[in-house]
Write a protein that binds this ligand. Structure first.
Ligand SMILES: [Zn+2]
Ligand SMILES: [Zn+2]
Ligand SMILES: [Zn+2]
Ligand SMILES: [Zn+2]
Ligand SMILES: [Zn+2]
Length: 246
């Protein structure tokens, strides 16, 4: 099995080359040759990285420096030393990629999560691109796997390809305007129909009035005729045959 370089440096001390100033000899762990990570002191006063000595003691319970017996339960973390090592200035592990920053060892993690020269994976699902953090913005602008819900809140998941054509607001507005146009057309048609009906009704009313008028005229005529008839039959008791004009 191949050793993972990241894991092996994690378990041992810090890489000496990482430090801006060459670390003192007494800060070096004799087991891993790195700068002490979580330093512990054995009863014999020799100091090692905690992990290094615990691993060593699994094989033999003697000090790797002086061969004196070491009791694994009698090793103590040196908090002050740990703290002062944490204050030592280191270079960024991404120096080789161009990062020029230096910072306290204890700030290594905080720097790495923001280091512009850190190699990261594109965060979009399905994209296998590995790139420097500083190139992410540019990559994301062209990444085929980029996707985001529409910021207007319509729920559509957009890609670079669909984003250009997507305009749900415009579409909604168009739909609204079309609907308004349709409603206006219906209202105009109804108004026209109503006016037509009103004029038909007026026409019918006029017709009814005319019929009524003519009926009244006819009634009047009948009355006049009846009166004439009664008058003529009342003045001469003789039958009509006497009148030659009849
Ligand atoms: Zn060590
Ligand atoms: Zn010793
Ligand atoms: Zn950096
Ligand atoms: Zn990508
Ligand atoms: Zn939308």
């Amino acid at each position: 099995m191949m050793a993972d370089p990241e894991v092996s440096t994690q378990s041992g001390g810090y890489d000496v080359d990482l430090f801006v100033d060459t670390p003192d000899y007494d800060l070096i762990c004799t087991i891993c040759q790195g700068v002490l990570r979580c330093p512990v002191r054995a009863a014999c006063h020799h100091i090692f990285c905690k992990k290094c000595i615990l691993q060593w003691l699994k094989r033999q319970e003697t000090c790797p420096c002086c061969r004196k017996p070491v009791n694994p339960s009698l090793i103590f973390v040196m908090h002050k030393l740990r703290k002062s090592i944490g204050c030592m200035k280191i270079k960024c592990k991404n120096e080789i990629r161009g990062c020029r920053e230096t910072f306290a060892l204890s700030e290594q993690y905080y720097h790495s999560v923001s280091c512009l020269y850190e190699l990261i994976s594109c965060p979009y699902q399905g994209c296998r691109a590995q790139l420097l953090r500083r190139a992410l913005d540019t990559h994301v602008r062209y990444c085929e796997h980029w996707c985001q819900p529409c910021h207007m809140g319509c729920g559509t998941i957009l890609s670079h390809r669909t984003q250009a054509q997507h305009n749900c607001y415009k579409k909604l507005r168009q739909e609204y305007e079309t609907r308004q146009r349709n409603h206006r057309a219906i209202a105009t048609a109804l108004q026209r129909k109503m006016r037509r009906m009103q004029s038909t009704m007026a026409h019918m009313k006029r017709q009814i009035e005319l019929i009524c008028e003519s009926l009244e005229v006819m009634d009047d005529l009948c009355e006049v005729e009846e009166e004439d008839h009664r008058e003529s039959s009342g003045s001469s008791g003789a039958p009509c045959s006497n009148n030659s004009n009849c």
